[in-house]
Design a protein around this ligand. Structure first.
Ligand code: MTE
Length: 315
């Protein structure tokens, strides 16, 4: 059996990176004769490239057990218009972006408005590993092993006032480092928003990493939003400001094309985009199409937040 024909092991059997390297050196010592005697599952480390060696499978009740997209897929096929409009532009142009030092301003209707150094903002909060599906509005999808904190935990630190009904987010504005911001493809800085209950929902993360490592610049370093039941564009990247407000805040894609992108942007196979159907999606790395699920498969967790709302009007 040639090395690359050894079956890919289930992610639950993948060993942590530290053990993996030990195992590799051990295999090196026993040499090829030794290799032929060990079971394929022991060889898993040699088959799955090191950067794809996380996650170790479904852990939490909301984790998907679908195969994660590879690190390469997740980090070379991106939307981040601040670095250009092609999928390969962010990886090519984000190399000199500086995600540290970083501060996040929390303001608006809160008891404790403040500007936090990123480490202070995250201090005392649990970093969670969560594997979520991501459905882009353009009709493709991925499975991404995120690392991050629950947005709800950050909100508890800031103590929003009862008048706060929405949370508004803003991306950094640095045309010197972000070549796309020198052109008016979109209105800069990129902005997004959530309703309070959506922001407090346990699925909602502020991601700091993926595949167990700090976020690559092209994925929104050092801090980006993740709401897996909404189209990917709600996942605003490189956040510098979180404001608590009373009125529904403006959002970048709604400003750009209000009849195409609404405030809610919940994944909904029954509401077509004006220029294409949303019924199916292509998982990056696969050939066929999959059926798109309501709320991207998270209906059980989130549908009740929209009870009584007309989701065709509130797209
Ligand atoms: N955030 C900012 N600031 N600028 C962007 O252009 N693109 C959005 C979203 N967040 C975008 C952004 C879109 S359209 C998608 S699909 C996701 O980021 C893509 O995230 P990924 O590149 O990490 O997969």
């Amino acid at each position: 059996m040639s090395f690359n024909k050894i079956p890919r092991v289930p992610s639950s059997e993948i060993t942590p990176e530290s053990q993996y390297y030990t195992r590799r050196s051990w295999l090196g010592m026993v040499g090829l004769a030794g290799v032929s005697m060990v079971s394929p599952s022991l060889l898993g480390g040699g088959v799955v490239p090191p950067q794809d060696r996380w996650p170790q499978g479904k852990k939490g009740p909301n984790d998907t057990d679908e195969k994660p997209s590879t690190f390469k897929e997740i980090t070379t096929y991106n939307n981040f218009y601040e670095f250009g409009t092609d999928k390969s532009d962010p990886e090519e142009n984000a190399g000199s972006f500086k995600p540290r030092p970083w501060t996040v301003k929390i303001d608006g209707l809160v008891k404790k408005p403040a500007t936090f150094a990123l480490d202070d903002l995250l201090k005392g909060l649990t970093q969670e590993d969560r594997i979520y599906r991501m459905r882009c509005v353009e009709g493709w999808s991925m499975v991404i092993p995120w690392r991050g904190v629950m947005l709800a935990d950050i909100m508890k630190k800031a103590q929003p006032l009862p008048k706060a009904k929405y949370v508004a987010f803003e991306t950094v504005y640095r045309p010197d480092e972000m070549v796309g911001q020198r052109r008016p493809y979109l209105q800069w800085p990129y902005v997004e928003g959530l309703r309070m209950d959506e922001a407090m929902h346990p699925l909602t993360l502020l991601a700091t990493g993926l595949y167990g490592k700090d976020l690559p610049n092209q994925n929104g370093a050092p801090l980006r939003l993740v709401t897996p039941w909404k189209y990917g564009f709600k996942g605003i990247k490189s956040i510098v400001r979180i404001s608590f407000v009373e009125q529904e805040p403006p959002t970048t894609w709604n400003i750009a094309a209000p009849n195409e992108y609404g405030f809610y942007s919940n994944v909904n196979p029954d509401v077509d985009h004006p220029r294409w159907s949303q019924k199916t999606e292509r998982r990056i790395g696969e050939f066929g199409k999959r059926k798109t699920l309501p709320f991207n498969g998270y209906a059980e967790q989130v549908a009740s937040m929209y009870a009584g709302m007309d989701l065709k009007q509130n797209y």
